[in-house]
Write a protein that binds this ligand. Sequence first.
Ligand SMILES: Nc1ncnc2c1ncn2[C@@H]1O[C@H](COP(=O)(O)OP(=O)(O)OP(=O)(O)O)[C@@H](O)[C@H]1O
Ligand SMILES: [Mg+2]
Length: 293
Amino acid sequence: MAASALDKQRQEAIKRAIEQQKLIAEKMKNIKYKIVVLSGKGGVGKSFVTASLAMALAMKGKRVAVFDADIHGPSIPKMLGVHGKRMYALPDGRLLPVDGPLGVKVVSIDFLLESEEQAVIWRGPLKTAAIRELLAFTEWGDLDYLLVDLPPGTGDEQLTIAQLIPGLSGSIIVTIPSDVSRIVVKKAVTFAKRLNIPVIGIIENMAYFECPDGSRHYIFGKGAGRKIAEEMGVPFLGEIPIDPRISKANDEGKPFFVEYPDSKAAKAFLEIAEKIIKTVEGKTGGQESQQKS
Ligand SMILES: Nc1ncnc2c1ncn2[C@@H]1O[C@H](COP(=O)(O)OP(=O)(O)OP(=O)(O)O)[C@@H](O)[C@H]1O
Ligand SMILES: [Mg+2]
């Protein structure tokens, strides 16, 4: 008796998951390109890169949203200056993203939590269910780009979350210049292969420090990111400098890209955004023309 009640519960959970997966696909139908941002290592600046790239793409005239899939440490809202806001729920249960800087739409579990500590106790299956639910009820509208900030790491948990998003266009790998970066990139490339999506390219964050006199100091060594990209046969997208204003802006909950549009970092993000557009949209154009011929 108890066993059959459990079976029934399990069957209902599976049915619900399948229905929600269909809803996710339906709700995401009008998003042209979906990109996951990865790193094989935590704390390399993945969330900062995701938030800044979203703003850079928006500056290029693209309609952009960010999905913060990091339940344990949802930092995207803070980096986009919308921490503390709430997603608006329509009477039929649909959720509207929060409007961030430059029109970037933001969806994060952070908007639904009562307190910052709440999600820390959630275990794997509960986290996946929460993310699936959030995706199933979000009304994205028409978008060019959806950037997904996954939780740190490239294990099964991250894979399960990434697999909830249908039709991924590719991945962007974030690394830092250090001895571990080779392992970081390798793990991320393997992850992308498991997802069956192309690697759009590698971004090296905290690559150098520029003094007020304009001299550049490659504190952790020069060119590691580019070299690893070559070794792994994936494109190198660019370097982001270390800038104390970045950590200050992030800590204060101000969007760095908007606060310091003339900084080297903001300019680097604009150049990288251009490369991403060329790669992703160029590829689609190619595929379409191949299909036509
Ligand atoms: N280029 C940079 N210059 C200075 N500080 C930076 C830079 N990039 C990121 N930071 C700071 O480093 C810290 C880590 O960045 P971030 O939270 O984006 O990393 P993450 O890879 O997403 O971390 P996690 O693994 O916890 O998700 C933050 O305090 C951020 O403000
Ligand atoms: Mg992060």
